[in-house]
Design a protein around this ligand. Structure first.
Ligand SMILES: N[C@@H](CCC(=O)N[C@@H](CS)C(=O)NCC(=O)O)C(=O)O
Length: 254
């Protein structure tokens, strides 16, 4: 089995897939795309992933897109160290959680990410270049135009952080109901992997989040201690490592 992963070091969606590949001990050829330079919008890449986003997995020539779909696919083709419950009801619950995670924390985390980390790059562009770049994005055109070159307004940032807060509370409720330490009980599932990058990102941005929820604090410590965590978050995977201006932003939050 030969795997090639088209991804970006700091991309939260890519980090989910790298975590599963690493946890299963699957070797993969990693192709790193520069998202700020638009590698994901080049014609050859769009043939693989018409959404113009990372990650994309090539498995012996078969192309699989969308991070949650890729993690489920990997669990099917490489079932060792499974992240999927055997019981169909628990499996359905895992998938429902993954949908919730994509709709809530994974979507919400883009607002502080773009406002704090990426905005300075967009502010350097001419208006025409910015609009052309936004319009070339199949999935994120409206998101980019709403952000514009001045950033999301405070109300939008506050709403995103409130949505993230509800996600931490939901995690706390799931861990309480299952008995923990993972969302669905004793075994880690793909739902844990799906939500991991949002919390790592918020932690990296220095934004207060779940410190008053001890079960979520323990969950975060546990996932960071997992053997797949370090190879997934290799140097350059955190925004704070890549964007020096974030240090000032982080100080402003603290
Ligand atoms: N639902 C997709 C979303 C993928 C996605 O949004 N990827 C981001 C990085 S985490 C991206 O490639 N953004 C490029 C852009 O906005 O142009 C997935 O989970 O794979």
């Amino acid at each position: 089995m030969a795997f090639t992963l088209y991804n970006a070091p700091q991309s939260t969606c890519s980090q989910r897939v790298r975590f599963v590949l690493n946890a299963k001990g699957l070797a993969f050829n990693e192709i790193k795309l520069n998202l700020l330079e638009g590698d994901q919008l080049k014609p050859d890449y769009l043939k693989l992933n018409p959404n113009g986003v990372v990650p994309t997995l090539d498995h012996d020539g078969a192309i699989v897109t969308d991070s949650t779909v890729i993690t489920e696919y990997l669990d099917e083709v490489a079932p060792q160290d499974s992240f999927t419950p055997e019981d169909p009801v628990a499996r359905a619950r895992m998938r429902a959680l993954m949908h919730f995670i994509d709709e809530m924390p994974a979507a919400a985390v883009r607002v502080p990410t773009f406002n704090l980390a990426f905005l300075p790059s967009f502010q350097k562009m001419s208006r025409a270049a910015f609009v052309a770049m936004a319009e070339s994005k199949p999935l994120r055109r409206e998101f980019m135009m709403t952000m514009g070159q001045t950033g999301f307004p405070k109300a939008e940032m506050d709403a995103a952080l409130a949505r993230l807060r509800r996600a931490y509370e939901r995690m706390d409720a799931e861990i309480t109901a299952s008995g923990g330490p993972w969302l669905q009980g004793k075994a880690m599932t793909l739902a844990d992997v799906a939500v991991m990058p949002a919390l790592v990102r918020i932690d990296d941005l220095g934004i207060p989040g779940w410190q008053d929820l001890p079960r979520v604090v323990a969950w975060f410590d546990n996932i960071r201690a997992h053997p797949a965590f370090k190879p997934t978050y290799y140097p350059g995977s955190l925004l704070s490592e890549r964007f020096p201006h974030l240090k000032d932003k982080i100080a402003a939050w603290a």
